[in-house]
Design a protein around this ligand. Structure first.
Ligand code: BGC
Length: 341
């Protein structure tokens, strides 16, 4: 189905369904526009925030459901080292770079490589030098519904050494996208430490244990009980907006990063990843009164993101796992969202 047009080209909305889930994917930004999950009475609830029109996706910079990259999250001073030189990136968040600048993959029209009832693969090239990022980066993203699972698979390859840190920026509200804030959701992060940030959300380079602080989400915790705790980290970001270090023994196997439960619908979501970290963001910057899908009016903290990723600003902190993708080498990553009650 045609969702809109950009520069004379059609943006498609592709519908997928499994026996339990249904979703819509836009070719603009390889964006997850809707995701329907059965609640405790079996009724399908759309659990991701989004817009009704392409114009709204273009106008707003919330990254609702978008594929973000080549480099997700922030880079301090919009600069980082690569192969002994300094890369100068597009500064779109004060002096810093956020989600690859103003012209990232979330803003691109993707091509449909393959589509079936349950899966779609979209392709896009992020051209050499755009936003200061070197190399033609060819990216393929697959959305696949399998029973109660949504799997997102990323593959990327560049002809030059570059940065690669791809993720999905869906805002989940497991009581339904129009249901109000996520403060009553409970969350558990499989992470004993996180990367603290400065007031502009740039990592300091430290890896800090969560134990004994409001950042300890190792046990299921009601978001509203913690989000306004007396802690500089929470105060400066207006809530949770940090990268947690997903527990693993050395390597990063495919493992659970987070689990979320909704109060009303009974829906539970578990997120699995092969990445070192996850950005848990509670939608602190969603503008109050933002018109969303189907007449919904969104407000601050109405959705939560669990962006599976490498640690932000990694190349400026030699102790963080590198985000360099070497020329010709394929980058592959998978994130699984598993739904239950
Ligand atoms: C960041 C937030 C930012 C948001 C943009 C998230 O990934 O962590 O700080 O405001 O993206 O919508």
């Amino acid at each position: 189905m045609v969702f809109g047009t950009i520069n004379g080209e059609n943006v498609e909305c592709i519908r997928l369904a499994s026996d339990k889930l249904a979703c819509e994917v836009l070719t603009y930004g390889a964006t997850l526009r809707a995701l329907r999950v059965p609640d405790r009475s079996g009724k399908p609830l759309d659990v991701v925030l989004g817009f009704d029109t392409l114009e709204e996706y273009i106008r707003h910079d919330c990254y609702f459901g978008a594929t973000v990259g080549p480099n997700a999250n922030r880079i301090g001073g919009a600069a980082c080292p690569l192969n002994g030189k300094t890369l100068r990136l597009d500064a779109n968040d004060g002096p810093n770079s956020l989600h690859s600048g103003a012209a990232g993959l979330d803003r691109k029209l993707w091509e449909v490589l393959a589509v079936s009832e349950e899966a779609v693969t979209l392709l896009c090239t992020h051209p050499n030098g755009l936003g200061g990022i070197p190399g033609d980066l060819n990216v393929a993203v697959t959305y696949w519904l399998d029973g109660a699972d949504l799997l997102i698979e990323y593959r990327a390859v560049s002809e030059r050494d570059t940065l690669c840190n791809l993720t999905n920026h869906s805002y989940f509200n497991l009581d339904g996208h129009g249901s109000g804030s996520v403060l009553d959701h409970r969350v558990q992060l499989y992470a004993k430490s996180y990367t603290p940030t400065d007031a502009a959300s740039i990592p300091t380079g430290a890896i800090r244990a969560v134990a004994g602080s409001a950042m300890d989400l190792t046990k299921p915790t009601r978001i509203g009980d913690r989000i306004d705790a007396e802690l500089d980290q929470l105060r400066q970001a207006g809530g949770f907006d940090h990268n947690w270090v997903v527990d693993s023994d050395g390597e990063n196997p495919f493992r659970p990063a987070a689990q979320v439960w909704a109060a009303e619908s009974g829906i539970r979501m578990t997120v699995y990843t092969d990445r070192p970290g996850v950005q848990f963001y509670t939608g602190n910057y969603i503008p109050d009164g933002l018109p969303g899908k189907e007449g919904a009016v969104y407000r601050r903290r109405q959705g939560l993101c669990l962006e599976t990723q490498a640690f932000p600003d990694a190349l400026n902190h030699p102790s963080f796992p590198s985000t360099v993708l070497r020329a010709g080498k394929e980058w592959v990553s998978r994130t699984l969202y598993r739904f239950g009650l």
